[in-house]
Each structure stands twice: as structure tokens, then as C-alpha cells.
Design a protein around this ligand. Structure first.
Ligand code: ADP
Ligand code: ASP
Ligand code: MG
Length: 526
């Protein structure tokens, strides 16, 4: 299989860094003879032996022309199973937890049987797997004995998936004759202690990555790094949040001042809407950091919401490409996006949210309601996705992820206990029946008619609006609808702005800007 590695090369060449700020510690990496690409493979991409074999081919093709740093997710489904094992253990049920671990062991064993044939490689990987499963069993056993699952032990259990997949992919590369080394990101990514959603300390991370990865790249060894995990400066394992391997990839790309980062996944790139909800979406050829961040923030699962954050400063181009159709060019995410003015580019939506209302007629007399509300949400680390407030300040509504609903409402009721007791705050209520929809595009605020067309389309589709937020950012119009209306809302707005039809798009096809090289002949079915 021959894969066009850079289907739309930058005109200034792969080594172009005109958008990148140089960090002194990163200079060492510039001495590498070839470009550096960080390539992240998601769970479905490493889901079984045949998927891993494809991944190996993609890495092999890329490593012919550049240095590759690989980042891997856990095999598909494994992190969810680990969540279940942790939950069972917390309830004191060790047997079900042990059987979940056994299922995961079988899943890996099957892939190893199919991929690893050399005796030495097999012995090495068997030994590694044994040690990891023993560790997993100890963690679950300890949790079930104590019947307590701290965020710290949860991170240790959830991180096992990536620690299992990285040695497997490294062994599969070795089997194909490529020098490789599996590396646990606890060695590289230094994070704060915010378990379940840690953020990196980039200076430390940069030093570690330079010291550990550069010598490997110098010797043409492919590092295979675990996504999703990191460790505090004291070495306590953390995770970056569910779906966080995308973030791991850009953290490493920034730390190494890589030339590109590529998120290899199971779709052709960033689509104009979630393909599970809108049938006729199409791949966006090029989009800005800002637009991609907004889409990710409002639920486009293909990209972890923090992914762009890591490359924001250095301007490294990020691609989203399809492991299962590697000849497709995918989506290129750049600091400025396509320089062709504003237009609605894509939609995203989130249904795992709740709307919290803090309000009541007597609210006007309550001092500092806004400040106290947001201090409270910050204290429980609830991400406020959207806010809307009546001008009389009688009512404030905020939308947060469902996972934070219980603790946020409890904390708000505690914060306003005095007012509630004196019936000043009429209610703090939760509505779990809502969803957020976001319309994203550059300079939306300045484009006449976007709001009118959006709301007319919703009106025609009989979708009722629950709350609206616009104006805080130049490129997003977000609003709340009933969960049951979310899909209809997406389909009607997608159709209103003709996002599904390439011919009617305002954005010219990027071929004018980034000429496609003729695709090399391939002997695979792709
Ligand atoms: P991976 O395991 O590779 O990290 P994810 O499942 O996390 O993959 O993300 C890929 C999925 O994101 C796609 O299969 C698709 O269903 C979903 N998705 C949601 N919104 C979008 C969008 N706008 N564009 C592309 N994919 C999207
Ligand atoms: N395996 C982790 C998860 O499922 C991280 C990732 O896949 O990005 O959340
Ligand atoms: Mg993902």
C-alpha cells in the first residue's frame, strides 16, 4: 500500500516554520535531517489485528520520508471496559472486575497471536502484558477491598488501555522490520494533579520529550507513545480526560516542534456535521484552529476539545485523516484556516448536557449572583458551555456537561442556602432534556443573515429554542433546544446553509491553494 503522506504539501515545503515560534529547547529537533510528524491513531484504528496491520503500513510509508512519533489510544472499547472494571471494584465486586480484565487480556492476546510471530518479540510482549495485567488486577483488588475509587486510582486503572496498546503496536512495527520503542507518556508528559482532566506543564514536558525522544529519532527508531496519560512532577499517573489521546499528540508535537501532527481516525476528516446525525455531510478541506476548537468544544468528538490548545502558540498544522481510507486528503487545521472570508462552515451538537436555572423574582436583591454562581461552578470544575441571563437579572441559566449536574446543583444549593431559606432565590433547577447546537464559521458575527436564516430554518422545522448565546465569540452561534429536536435542528440548518453540497459552498476547493499531487499507484484496495 502506498499512501500519499502529504496530499496537500505546503507551498513553502514541509519544513516551513513560518508560523511557528521557536523555543530554544526545541532547536535541537531542527537539526534532524528529515521533517518530524506526530501521528496519533485512535481506538478504532488499533481496534484489532487487521487494523493494527494497516497502521503499521501507514507508519512504514511515512517513515520513508520523515521521522515519525506515534501516539496510540487504547484498543477500541478497552477504556470503557476499564471504567466498568473500576466501577465494579468500587462496589466491592472483584469477580466481575477480574472477568472484565480477562476479556481485555483475550482481546490483546488475539491481536498478538495474529501479528507477532518472532519468538523474541513474542516473549518480550508476553512478559510486558503479564506485568500490566498483574498491575491491573492489583489496582482493582485494592479498590474493591477499600470500596473506594479515588480519582487517582481511577486514572491508574483507565490508563492501562494505552499502556497495553503501545507495546503491541511497537512489537507489530518491529515484526515488519522497523526499529521501534514503546514509551509510557508518564515519562514524557508532566501534568498538574487534576486527575481525570490533567493539563501539561509544557516546559517540563518539552525537556523530557527532547531528552527521551530525540535520540530515538536520531537513530531512526519509531517511538510509540501511550496517548491519554501523563504523570505529575512527583510521578503520580494522571489522565488528560476521555478522548485525550488527541491532546497527547499535539502536546508531543508542540514539545518537539514537529512539522505536522496527524490524527488518524475512522472518518475522512472533520465533517460539516457529526456523520452519525447528518447523512449528507462532507469533509471540510481546511479550517482554522479557532473554528476546529469551537466544533470540538461543542461536541465534534473527532477532536478532543483541548487538542488545539497545545499547538496554538506554535502554529503547527494539524491534520485529521482516515486510517481506513489513507488516500483521502482529510482536513487540514491551520492557524488562519482558509483565507477566504467568513461563512458557516460546520455544525456540532452535544446532548450529554443539562440546563441549570438559578433564579426567581427576588433574585435582584441577592448580591453578586453571577460571581457566586461561577465561583461555585469553577470550584466543582464544571465546564460552563453556555450562559444566558435575563436583563432584569432575575434568572440565569447555564448549560454544563451532565456528568457535573449533581455536584454543581448541590454546590449551588449550598452557596445560596441562606437565600433559599429566605426564599429569595426561587429555584435552582436542573433540566436534563436539553441539547446544545453550535453553528460555526469565521467572522459569523459580521455576516448579515446568519442568525435570521438559522432561526427561520428551525422555525420551519418546528424546533423550539430554549436559550441562545451569541456574540461572545466571532465564530460561533450556539443555542439550546430540546434533546429530541437536536437532530432535526442539525439537519435543517445543514440544509439551509447547503453544507452538504460541495458545489454550493462559498469556500473554494483547496486544489487552487494546495495542488494535489497525482496519487501514487496502489496495490491495495484503498
Ligand atoms: P478515535 O477513536 O479515532 O479517537 P473518535 O470516536 O474519538 O475516534 O472520533 C471519531 C468520531 O467522531 C467519528 O467516527 C464520528 O462519528 C465522530 N464525529 C462527531 N462529529 C464529527 C465531525 N464533525 N466530523 C467528523 N467526525 C465527527
Ligand atoms: N482511550 C481513551 C478514551 O477512550 C483516550 C482516547 O482514546 O483518546 O477515552
Ligand atoms: Mg477520539
Amino acid at each position: 500500500m502506498k499512501i500519499p503522506m502529504n496530499p496537500r504539501p505546503q507551498r513553502a515545503g514541509l519544513h516551513s516554520r513560518h508560523l511557528q515560534q521557536h523555543h530554544p529547547a526545541a532547536e535541537v529537533c531542527h537539526n534532524l535531517k528529515r521533517p518530524v510528524r506526530v501521528m496519533k491513531f485512535g481506538g478504532t484504528s488499533v481496534g484489532d489485528a487487521s487494523c493494527i496491520a494497516r497502521v503499521v503500513e501507514i507508519i512504514r510509508a511515512a517513515s520513508l520520508e520523515c521521522h515519525v512519533v506515534v501516539v496510540v489510544s487504547a484498543m477500541s472499547g478497552v477504556t470503557n471496559k476499564l471504567v466498568e472494571a473500576a466501577t465494579q471494584s468500587e462496589a466491592g465486586r472483584h469477580a466481575p472486575a477480574a472477568s472484565i480484565l480477562e476479556g481485555i487480556r483475550v482481546q490483546h492476546e488475539r491481536a498478538i497471536d495474529a501479528l507477532i510471530h518472532s519468538a523474541a518479540e513474542r516473549a518480550r510482549i508476553d512478559c510486558k502484558m503479564k506485568a500490566l495485567f498483574e498491575e491491573g488486577a492489583r489496582l482493582c483488588k485494592g479498590t474493591s477491598l477499600l470500596r473506594e475509587l479515588t480519582l487517582r486510582s481511577r486514572d491508574a486503572i483507565l490508563g492501562l488501555g494505552e499502556r497495553l496498546s503501545a507495546p503491541l503496536v511497537a512489537a507489530a512495527l518491529a515484526e515488519r522490520g522497523m526499529a521501534s520503542e514503546a514509551i509510557e507518556a508518564t515519562e514524557l508528559v508532566v501534568t498538574d494533579a487534576c486527575h481525570g482532566g490533567a493539563d501539561p506543564f509544557m516546559d517540563h514536558t518539552r525537556e523530557r520529550c527532547q531528552a527521551r525522544l530525540r535520540p530515538l529519532l536520531d537513530q531512526d527508531v519509531v517511538p510509540v507513545v501511550t496517548g491519554f496519560i501523563g504523570a505529575t512532577p512527583e510521578g503520580v499517573p494522571t489522565t488528560l480526560g476521555r478522548g485525550g489521546s488527541d491532546y497527547s499528540a499535539t502536546i508531543l508535537a508542540a514539545a518537539l516542534q514537529a512539522d505536522e501532527a496527524i490524527i488518524w481516525t475512522d472518518v475522512d476528516g472533520l465533517q460539516t456535521a457529526d456523520p452519525r446525525l447528518v447523512d449528507d455531510g462532507c469533509t471540510i478541506p481546511e479550517i482554522s484552529y479557532r473554528e476546529a476548537s469551537e466544533l470540538a468544544y461543542f461536541g465534534a468528538r473527532v477532536l478532543h476539545p483541548k487538542t488545539i490548545r497545545a499547538v496554538m502558540q506554535c502554529g503547527i498544522p494539524l491534520w485529521i485523516r482516515n486510517t481506513f481510507a489513507p488516500k483521502q486528503p482529510g482536513t487540514k487545521i491551520t492557524p488562519a484556516g482558509y483565507p477566504g472570508g467568513g461563512a458557516v462552515k460546520a455544525l456540532s451538537a452535544m446532548s450529554d448536557v443539562v440546563l441549570i436555572n438559578v433564579g426567581g423574582p427576588a433574585m435582584v436583591e441577592v448580591p453578586d449572583v453571577l460571581g457566586r454562581t461561577f465561583r461555585t461552578t469553577a470550584a466543582v470544575r464544571a465546564d460552563v458551555l453556555l450562559i444566558s441571563q435575563s436583563s432584569s437579572q432575575n434568572d440565569l441559566c447555564l448549560v454544563i456537561p451532565s456528568a457535573f449536574a449533581k455536584c454543581t446543583v448541590e454546590a449551588l444549593r449550598h452557596e445560596f442556602a441562606h437565600e433559599l431559606a429566605h426564599e429569595k432565590t426561587e429555584h435552582i433547577s436542573v433540566d436534563p432534556t436539553v441539547a446544545i447546537v453550535a453553528v460555526v464559521g469565521q467572522h459569523l458575527r459580521g455576516i448579515a443573515g446568519v442568525i435570521g436564516r438559522t432561526f427561520s430554518a428551525l422555525d420551519r422545522a418546528s424546533v423550539n429554542l430554549v436559550a441562545i448565546a451569541q456574540g461572545a465569540t466571532d465564530c460561533t452561534l450556539s443555542f439550546v433546544v430540546a434533546k429530541e429536536d437536536m437532530k432535526t435542528a442539525l439537519i435543517s440548518i445543514h440544509s439551509e446553509f447547503q453544507l452538504g453540497s460541495a458545489s454550493s459552498r462559498k469556500i473554494p476547493e483547496p486544489a487552487t491553494e494546495y495542488p494535489y499531487p497525482s496519487l501514487p499507484a496502489t496495490n491495495s484496495a484503498d
